[in-house]
Write a protein that binds this ligand. Structure first.
Ligand code: SF4
Length: 385
């Protein structure tokens, strides 16, 4: 099955809101807890959006995504200011998908009503992570299980029907029956999209420190694989399409913004640590709030960039496409990277097909369920140097 909604995507805008009230135990995103810096940051963001107005060459913008950090820490008036700036300098399409990432405890009926009234947000992506209080405490989230439930119901009753939620599996101490309960709860709430991530413990996080001290016991690999298998089975039973390794949705509700990344479309990322891509080069803003704001205010460069050579583009395409349900377009690989690289790739793919980890369907190669379970290893094997 192919997602026809991808065909019309032309460009996307990502806005990073790098503020959080509290740091989650597993988080390695760029963020700051100095909320008093928000006004200075928003002024710099406005300047960046103005400075970079030519980046997308006035092409229609099909998606805007406010991610973080915690975009729902901004008031509806601050959010509306960002959208006014975007509208001033960019050409938003009439059916633009506009997503706001939100924390459950920010989504009070009052706040949701204001977002509805004052902003064009038409999709919410809510960081639920778990419906169990024990998990939420361990993850150091701000919300509890009851807020996780009520924010989804409040969002729906205030007219936000295009809802995505994030859940995490492979949490230490969470067994498969608790994971099943989380999924049952999610599917019973009539959400349209689910992002389900396996917990990864990154250096520099509170979880990593605990792990090093021996105070945290990671889940056993068999349990992780079992939870992934359960996710696939329950998603299928509930008419969810597993269209990317960590993303599942009802037909017609695939994330157009993320699909933009996976289909190598142009995007502009604004704010500290945000990445941009214009088919030729990638650039990334300084991952430091103060440095970013000062550079913008002084009219100095606020990003670094690299041109993408063939081999980088080849490997990046493998990395993103083999995580999708549709997979890798063999014709496209031959056309874009030439006969020699293509033949090398075909040779490397062969053992994974005979091992039952990949299959060919028409011109696409994609992973099987077994393949997805060990996808990092397979992709690393297929990459060329
Ligand atoms: S709210 Fe999100 S960005 Fe902020 S610390 Fe938690 S996981 Fe990280």
């Amino acid at each position: 099955m192919h997602d026809t909604s991808l065909l019309c995507i032309m460009a996307g805008i990502y806005i990073h809101i790098p503020f959080c009230k509290r740091i989650c135990s597993y988080c390695d995103f760029y963020k700051s807890t100095v909320l008093t810096f928000i006004p200075d940051y928003l002024a710099a963001l406005e300047k960046e959006l103005e400075i970079r107005q030519a980046y997308l060459l006035n092409e229609p913008v099909e998606t805007v995504y406010l991610g973080g950090g915690t975009p729902s820490l901004l008031t509806s008036v601050q959010l509306s200011g960002i959208f006014n700036t975007i509208n001033r300098y960019y050409n938003l399409s009439a059916d633009c998908e506009i997503t706001l990432e939100a924390n459950p405890d920010d989504l009070t009926p009052d706040y949701l009503g204001q977002i509805r009234k004052n902003t064009p947000v038409n999709r919410l992506s809510i960081g639920i992570q778990s419906f169990h209080d024990g998990d939420l405490k361990l993850l150091n989230r701000r919300h509890n299980a009851s807020q996780a439930l009520s924010c989804i119901r409040n969002s729906q009753s205030l007219g936000f029907h295009n809802l995505s939620i994030d859940l995490i599996y492979g949490i230490p101490g969470m067994n498969t029956s608790q994971w099943i309960q989380n999924l049952e709860q999610a599917f019973s709430l009539k959400i349209k999209h689910l992002s389900a991530y396996h917990l990864t413990i990154e250096k520099g996080t509170a979880f990593h420190k605990k792990l090093v001290k021996g105070d945290l016991k990671p889940v056993h690999e068999d349990e992780s694989l079992n939870q992934f298998a359960v996710l696939r089975k329950m998603a299928a039973d509930n008419d969810f399409i597993h269209y990317e390794i960590s993303n599942l949705a009802r037909e017609g509700f695939f994330s157009r913004h993320n699909s933009n990344y996976w289909n190598e479309k142009k995007y502009l990322g604004a704010g500290p640590a945000a990445h941009s891509y214009n088919l030729i080069s990638r650039q990334w803003n300084f991952p430091d709030l103060k440095k970013y704001v000062h550079a913008i205010n002084r009219g100095e460069p606020f990003f670094e960039s690299e041109s993408l050579d063939d081999i980088t583009r080849f490997n990046e395409r493998l990395l993103v496409r083999l995580r999708t349900m549709q997979g890798l377009d063999a014709d496209g690989m031959l056309r874009d990277f030439g006969e020699e690289r293509f033949q090398n790739l075909m040779k490397s793919v062969e053992p994974h097909i005979s091992g039952g980890y990949m299959v060919r369907e028409g011109r696409f190669y994609h992973m099987t369920e077994q393949g997805w379970m060990i996808s990092d290893g397979i992709i690393a094997d297929l990459m060329q140097v």
